[in-house]
Design a protein around this ligand. Structure first.
Ligand SMILES: [Mn+2]
Length: 330
C-alpha cells in the first residue's frame, strides 16, 4: 500500500485526509512522535518495512538526509508550505520555496487544494485554522472568507473551532494511534460528525487536566522557572508558554523526558535567543526557535553533550542549570 507521512497536527491530518480522498485509494499513514521534526532510525526501519511503492510527505519539513532516504526507497512526493529549500531530484510541491508569500499559503491544505483543484471544505479550512487561526484578526480577509464558508454551509463557528481542536489535540496524548483513528473517522464519515464523538472530543479536557497537574510542578530558582516532566502527554511547549506568560523576563525551562528522547524548551525575553538557536543547529542538535523561544529534541545519548553546551548560556546569565538538574538523571 502507498504511504502518507504527515505532520501530527490539524493541518497535517487534514492534508493527509484530503490527499487520500482525491486519490480515491487506501493508504498507510505515519507521523513521527510529536516534537520530532526528523525520522529516527526506528522510524526509518518502520517506513522501509511497510514497503510502499509511493510515499507522500505532507505538511512537514524534514532534514535533507531524511528526504533523500524517502526518495531512495520509493517514488516520493512532498506537499508542503514550510520554509526550507528545493532539493535536486526530489519532487517537492511547495510554493513558498519558489518565492510565494507565506500569507498566501497559510496551510498545507491550501497547497493541496490548489494542486488538485479542490473546492473549499471543512478540512481545507481546518488546516488554516489549526496553523494560523490564533493570529487572525477580525478584519483579515481569511477570517471573512472562513465565516462566509461557515455561513453558506450552516456550520456554527464554535462547532468549527471544536472540530479543529478535536482533530488537533490527539497528538498531545502522546498516543499516535489516536491520530490514525481520527483519520479513519474523517475518511468514513461526514467530518463534522466527529464533534459528536465523545471518544475524540473528551481528549481536549483530558489534555487540559494533565497540563494543569504538570504546571503545578514548576520549581522556582530565582530568575529560572524549571520543570522536569515525565508526563506521557506531549504538552511541554504549552507548559513552557504558560509559565513564560506569567513573567516573560524569567527563564522558563521545561525538560520533557520520553522513552528515547528528551524535549527541551526555553522561553524568555531576558535575552535574544536567535544566536543561541543558530548555535544549537550548528552543533548538530535538532532544534529551532525564534527571538524568545528555543526548542530542542535530543536523543538520550546526546543529552550530556547538550547540557554541557546549554549550561554555558545559563552560567553567563548567573544560573547553573546543570546543578539544578543534578541528581535528576541517571
Ligand atoms: Mn501546516
Amino acid at each position: 500500500m502507498d504511504l502518507i507521512i504527515h505532520h501530527w497536527d490539524a493541518d497535517g491530518i487534514a492534508s493527509a485526509v484530503l490527499l487520500t480522498k482525491v486519490s480515491g485509494k487506501k493508504f498507510d499513514y505515519f507521523t513521527p512522535p510529536a516534537g520530532n521534526y526528523f525520522l529516527s532510525e526506528d522510524d526509518k526501519n518502520h517506513i522501509k518495512n511497510l514497503g510502499a511503492e509511493k510515499i507522500y510527505l505532507v505538511d512537514m519539513s524534514l532534514p535533507e538526509t531524511d528526504l533523500k532516504f524517502l526518495n531512495r526507497i520509493s517514488d516520493f512526493q512532498v506537499y508542503d508550505h514550510h520554509s526550507g529549500k528545493l532539493i535536486e531530484g526530489i519532487k517537492i510541491k511547495n510554493p513558498i520555496l519558489k518565492g510565494a508569500k507565506s500569507m498566501d499559503y497559510p496551510s498545507c491544505t491550501t497547497v493541496i487544494r490548489e494542486e488538485f483543484n479542490l473546492s473549499e471544505d471543512i478540512l481545507f479550512w481546518s488546516g488554516i485554522w489549526g496553523d494560523v487561526g490564533f493570529k487572525l484578526k477580525e478584519d483579515d480577509l481569511l477570517l471573512k472568507n472562513l465565516k462566509t464558508f461557515l455561513n453558506t454551509n450552516k456550520i456554527d463557528f464554535n462547532d468549527f473551532k471544536l472540530f479543529v481542536s478535536t482533530v488537533d489535540f490527539q497528538y498531545k496524548t502522546g498516543d499516535r494511534e489516536k491520530i490514525y483513528n481520527v483519520i479513519s473517522f474523517l475518511l468514513d464519515n461526514p467530518p463534522i460528525q466527529i464533534i459528536k464523538e465523545k471518544r475524540f472530543t473528551s481528549i481536549i479536557d483530558e489534555v487540559e487536566k494533565a497540563k494543569e497537574e504538570e504546571f503545578k510542578k514548576f520549581k522556582n530558582y530565582g530568575k529560572l522557572e524549571y520543570l522536569h516532566t515525565k508526563s506521557p502527554y506531549y504538552i511541554i511547549s504549552d507548559l513552557c508558554r504558560l509559565k513564560y506568560k506569567e513573567n516573560p523576563k524569567k527563564f522558563s525551562v521545561v525538560l520533557g523526558e520520553r522513552e528515547n528522547f528528551y524535549n527541551f524548551y526555553l522561553r524568555t525575553t531576558a535575552e535574544d535567543l536567535s544566536s543561541l538557536v543558530k548555535e544549537v543547529k550548528e552543533k548538530g542538535f535538532f532544534g529551532g526557535g525564534k527571538k524568545d523561544v528555543l526548542g530542542v529534541v535530543l536523543e538520550k545519548k546526546d543529552f550530556n553533550r547538550f547540557l554541557g553546551f546549554i549550561n554555558e548560556f545559563f552560567i553567563k546569565n548567573g544560573l547553573d542549570l546543570k546543578k539544578i538538574m543534578e541528581g535528576k538523571f541517571d
